[in-house]
Design a protein around this ligand. Structure first.
Ligand SMILES: *Cc1c(COP(=O)(O)O)cnc(C)c1O
Length: 363
């Protein structure tokens, strides 16, 4: 599914040197390495501020809090996402209002989002799922003024929509550097991205005990900081990320080509204006359980992202949304398979994946 070892080999020496320096100085949290990464990431994405935090879920929660989300507020988000999007909303004290997704792209359905707006709606969270950017400008056009847009950019580092970087399309964005993401740390890490100075300032307070200066605490904060060891990893990998994303694009094009004459496999659809970074390459098949089993039996590490939509999880059963609430999301959850996808996947590996997949769907 994913080979992190070859990416590590490319950056191993740089990371070893950076870590040796940190160990010698014993400065583990914050400091110049973290600041350097924040500046590099902001410059690379063309966004004014990058504020490093502990993980992607915290990034989303702190962004919601910086936007002023409170108990009783409603936050509209797709049911078709990783659970963390909903966790962040619930942890900020608000209610996740789930909506269905588009059948082709699996991204938030803009009309459904518009229809879900009430007087309590405070934020909409489009999720740039699988590395493809949601239609943020279309959302903006249908949302009332005063409703903010928080992008869940955990799967979209380097993706663009009409030339603009994911994370710069809304008011603020949260991203994750979990090891398996396109830009992955060696542990948990995340960041909040925004062009707005006021929001960046609020995040800097919230991530560090609400503290503008040591032992001054102006707001109730959290402990969610990016540590220096992770910043070293992220800086080294960021320098290669454009190349790695290009390699993912080439691999996606090769899958498209190999699958073009395979009946029974529906490939991913890229929306107009999007340059995805192929965090995942997701296809749809009938008889998914059997097909996936055959892939696994042939030693192919395919996965499902995600098998259980948010409203069907036990954790969000209290939302009272049963089976049938979001037909597109539920259909996708039954049919999708994520094929192996990483920068160093070889043509031979992809040919083997497709030949096993083609044989399975023919049966
Ligand atoms: C990974 C991910 C997150 C959460 O990131 P963590 O760093 O694991 O907390 C949030 N949203 C989406 C869509 C993700 O893929």
């Amino acid at each position: 599914m994913l080979d992190l070892a070859s990416a590590h080999a490319e950056v191993a020496d740089e990371i070893a040197a950076g870590w040796a320096d940190i160990l010698a100085r014993t400065a583990f949290v914050g400091g110049p390495r973290v600041a350097a990464f924040e500046t590099d990431y902001a410059t690379w994405s063309g966004i004014r501020h990058c504020v490093g935090v502990g993980n992607g879920t915290d990034a989303l929660e702190l962004a919601l809090r910086a936007l002023g989300v409170r108990a009783g507020d409603e936050c509209i988000m797709p049911a078709n996402t990783f659970i963390a999007t909903a966790e962040a909303v619930a942890r900020a004290g608000a209610t996740p209002v789930l909506v269905d997704c588009d059948e082709d792209t699996a991204l938030i359905d803009v009309e459904a989002a518009a229809a879900a707006v009430t007087e309590r709606t405070r934020v909409v969270l489009p999720v740039h799922l699988y590395g493809q950017t949601a239609a943020v400008e279309e959302l903006r056009a249908v949302l009332p003024e005063g409703v903010a847009i928080l992008e869940d950019a955990a799967q979209s580092q380097g993706a663009r929509r009409h030339g603009v970087a994911a994370g710069k399309l809304g008011d603020i964005a949260g991203t994750s550097f979990y090891p398996g993401k396109n830009l992955g740390a060696y542990g948990d890490a995340g960041a909040v991205l925004t062009d707005r100075d006021d929001l960046a300032e609020a995040i800097r307070l919230l991530r560090d005990h609400g503290s503008p200066r040591k032992y001054e605490h102006s707001v109730l904060g959290f402990n969610s900081r990016l540590d220096a060891l992770q910043a070293v990893v992220l800086s080294a990998k960021l320098r290669r990320l454009d190349d790695w994303n290009a390699a993912r694009r080439a691999a996606a094009a090769r899958y498209d080509e190999l699958l073009s004459d395979v009946d029974g496999v529906v490939g991913p659809v890229v929306a107009e204006g999007n340059e995805p970074v192929w965090h995942l390459y997701v296809v749809r098949v009938a008889e998914r359980a059997r097909v996936l089993r055959e892939l696994h039996e042939s030693g192919i590490g395919a996965g499902i992202h995600y098998p259980v939509p948010v409203h069907r999880t036990e954790a969000f059963a209290h939302l009272g949304l049963g089976s049938g609430a979001f037909p597109v999301t539920e259909r996708l959850a039954d049919e999708i398979i994520s094929l192996p996808m990483f920068p160093d996947i070889t043509p031979a590996q992809q040919e083997r994946v497709v030949s096993v997949l083609a044989a399975a769907v023919r049966r």
